[in-house]
Design a binder for this molecule. Structure first.
Ligand code: PEP
Ligand code: MN
Length: 388
């Protein structure tokens, strides 16, 4: 049973969810962090050039405000984006006056950059070094290989704890398990909701393992992020812009799956939506795309991994389970993901795949996962990745 329409007929095509309005707290294109609003997010100078001022990681709030004020004084607009490590200021409007200032001598400024591409914040041009995200003492990105595993959906306490214990024993770092599932049919199991989040929190205590869970509705972002260590935007919601903005306004790291009909550029722009709201902790996940091929649930776009890594500083993971839909294909695709240099993998594991409520046909049994982890360890070493 599939949990989404990505192998459906015509009705399944472009079946993205557009739920709610996102209850915008401020006008479109404005910045929560304050230094003025832009004209509908216009970021280009008259020449098409874009500028970013990168603040030092220890820059004081007053120094950030001083730079923003200086920009405003020159007739430009400052779009301040505050991350957990540093603040970056996108410069909007007329850049003529802005260009003549030696910004890097101002206190708290690290450097000024001119960005030529459409992505202001998530591109390698904007930040050369790879983003490293810390979750529960783990480092995601920066040359590590992170393993996320667990059931597609939380079904009950026994199922979750059994899966959790097995993946932990096999060496996984983070537990997956969803309390909210986007399903093709409105009559299919939709997840346990808040009760599922409570079970996940209990599993975290018992196992000493952080967890990631999907959020499908902007109205639930606060709830999911109050429980989860990482919140996930699923493939069907990659282009749900109000949802992207809402997760961008909370503090937990965000996993952003690639839409199964989306280009890499659209995927990176979706990450830009999150980043632009102030959340810089984003993990990209390649999970297969829909092609003319029907032999597998999706076609794993392995090429997208090094491409996304070269275009963006964000860590890139692979989900071989949703990419293939078939248990027998998961080990070879996992090995391919590690070999190609992914920053992490996310694998469905279920203690009893035959009776799973969601996605049983793609779930590994605990013993298979444990065996696969042996290969993952060997391959990680071969490609110079540090397995935490
Ligand atoms: C999932 O990870 O359970 C999921 C629904 O994946 P995707 O959004 O990639 O289909
Ligand atoms: Mn699933």
């Amino acid at each position: 049973m599939f949990d989404g329409p990505d192998r459906g007929g015509p009705a399944g095509r472009d079946a993205y969810y557009h739920l709610g309005s996102g209850r915008r707290r401020r006008g479109r294109g404005g910045s929560r962090h304050g230094a003025g609003t832009s004209a509908k997010g216009q970021v280009v100078g008259s020449s098409g050039e874009r500028m970013i001022i990168v603040m030092k990681s220890d820059a004081a709030t007053e120094q950030i405000a001083a730079v923003a004020e200086h920009l405003e004084g020159l007739g430009a607009t400052a779009r301040v984006s505050t991350g957990s490590v540093r603040t970056v200021i996108g410069v909007v409007g007329d850049l003529d006056g802005v260009r003549s200032v030696a910004w890097d001598v101002l206190p708290g400024v690290e450097r000024v950059m001119s960005v030529t591409g459409p992505l202001r914040f998530v591109s390698r041009e904007a930040q050369h070094d790879g983003t490293v995200i810390e979750v529960g003492g783990l480092r995601i990105g920066g040359g590590t290989l992170t393993v996320i595993a667990g059931p597609c959906a939380v079904e009950d306490r026994d199922q979750l704890l059994e899966a959790g214990k097995a993946v932990k024993a096999a060496g996984a770092h983070i537990l997956r398990g969803d309390a909210y599932k986007p399903r093709t049919s409105p009559y299919a199991f939709q997840g346990l909701g808040k009760e599922g989040l409570e079970l996940l929190a209990e599993a975290r205590e018992v196992l000493g393992m952080p967890f990631v869970a999907e959020v499908i509705d902007p109205r639930d972002v606060g709830l999911v992020s109050s429980y989860a260590d990482i919140v996930r935007i699923g493939s069907r919601n990659m282009a749900n812009f109000p949802l992207l903005q809402e997760v961008g306004r909370q503090q937990k790291p965000v996993q952003l799956k690639r839409g199964f009909t989306s280009t890499i550029d659209e995927w990176l722009n979706a990450a830009e939506y999150i980043y632009n709201e102030g959340n810089h902790q984003i993990i990209l996940v390649e999970r297969g795309i829909r092609t003319f091929e029907t032999a597998a649930r999706n076609t794993l776009d392995i090429t997208a991994v090094p491409i996304a890594q070269s275009l963006s500083h964000l860590p890139v993971f692979v989900d071989p389970s949703h990419a293939s839909g078939k248990r027998s294909l998961v080990p070879p695709l996992t090995r391919a993901a590690v070999a190609v240099g992914a920053d992490g993998i996310m694998v469905d594991v279920h203690p009893h795949p035959e009776s799973a409520l969601v996605d049983g046909s793609q779930a590994l049994e605990p013993a298979e996962f444990s065996e696969l982890m042996e290969d993952v360890r060997r391959l990680a070493e071969a490609v110079g990745r540090e397995l935490a």
